[in-house]
Ligand binder design. Structure first.
Ligand SMILES: C[S@@+](CC[C@H](N)C(=O)[O-])C[C@H]1O[C@@H](n2cnc3c(N)ncnc32)[C@H](O)[C@@H]1O
Length: 282
């Protein structure tokens, strides 16, 4: 890996070449964030259903979604807390909040959206029955501080659920294992906390939650469209060739190998999301 390439992530030093974090709508470059979140929601439908099931929203509850993106999960939850409950989504990305508000308009469910940071949630201690954050903590500079904020705004007995991928687990079906490993390590190190999934239960316990559990859920990206939609993998291979992470010929060979796999039954890549949850003690 060249120093030019590492400067594109968070390794520091030199003029950044590429400043995006895959999947972070605050830093996404070149991909429309809202479309990205919609495609990801389709791919992760099973994971989202499991998060919903575990949060077990009930009529009258107050729930919070931290880093709510386009608000789809908030609207889904809000339909289940009627008539007396409310669900609030917060995000630092103003465009995401605008989109979420637009999607909520006319739905009649008790959902609202605010621009706010995970590090300074504008709510009183103990305000919520449940708090969720999905694919957010992976991007945050201080995961422990954000989790402490989520725990602060949960009521005693309330649940906090944090879900993130483990970006050290992506496994694409390709022949050149050495080149594949180099691309995966470089691309996913652009995410601030690529291995946060395996840290989550420890962080929840350290924040004082009890009955902490971590559940691993497979994410199967069946075909290039799914793999690129969620992780930008083809783009990663191309950029790795351009930025000197791989020799250009080797990157081209990897690109050709992806196309071969796709033509010959379908390119497959899999990984995992970790769902970590706990209860705030009474
Ligand atoms: C990959 S998206 C996930 C969005 C949504 N949770 C979902 O599952 O579709 C990550 C979200 O975290 C938001 N985010 C990043 N840093 C944040 C912060 N410090 N506070 C609140 N939200 C943040 C981004 O703007 C983005 O909308």
């Amino acid at each position: 890996m060249t120093s030019e390439a590492t400067a594109g992530g968070h390794a520091g030093g030199g003029e950044p070449v590429w400043k995006g974090e895959p999947g972070n709508t605050s830093t996404l470059l070149g991909r429309p964030a809202v479309g990205y979140l919609d495609a990801a929601a389709d791919t992760l439908a099973t994971v989202k259903r499991e998060i919903l099931r575990r949060l077990a929203p009930a009529p009258g509850q107050r729930l919070l979604d931290v880093g709510c993106g386009n608000g789809a999960d908030v609207l889904e939850l809000a339909g289940r807390v009627v008539p007396a409950g409310e669900v609030i989504g917060v995000d630092v990305n103003e465009r995401a909040i605008e989109e979420a508000r637009a999607r909520g308009t006319g739905t009649g469910v008790p959902a609202s959206f605010q621009s706010a940071s995970a590090f300074a949630l504008p709510f009183a201690d103990g305000h919520f029955d449940g708090v969720r954050a999905e694919r957010v903590v992976q991007h945050l500079p201080d995961p422990a501080a954000a989790i402490a904020e989520m725990v602060r705004v949960a009521r005693p007995g309330g649940r906090v659920l944090v879900a993130d991928p483990d970006h050290g687990m992506w496994a694409p079906d390709l022949d050149d294992r050495e080149a594949t490993r180099a691309v995966l390590a470089w691309w996913f190190d652009n995410i601030r906390n690529p291995w946060i999934g395996r840290r989550l239960s420890g962080l929840l316990r350290a924040a004082g939650l009890v009955e902490v559990q971590a559940r691993l859920m497979p994410v199967v990206l069946d075909g290039v469209t799914a793999a690129d939609g969620l992780t930008g993998f083809s783009d990663a291979v191309r950029r790795a060739g351009e930025l000197g992470v791989l020799e250009p010929d080797r990157a081209r060979a990897l690109t050709a190998n992806i196309a071969e796999r796709e033509a010959d039954g379908g390119f497959l890549m899999y990984g995992a999301m970790i769902l970590a949850e706990g209860r705030k003690g009474d």
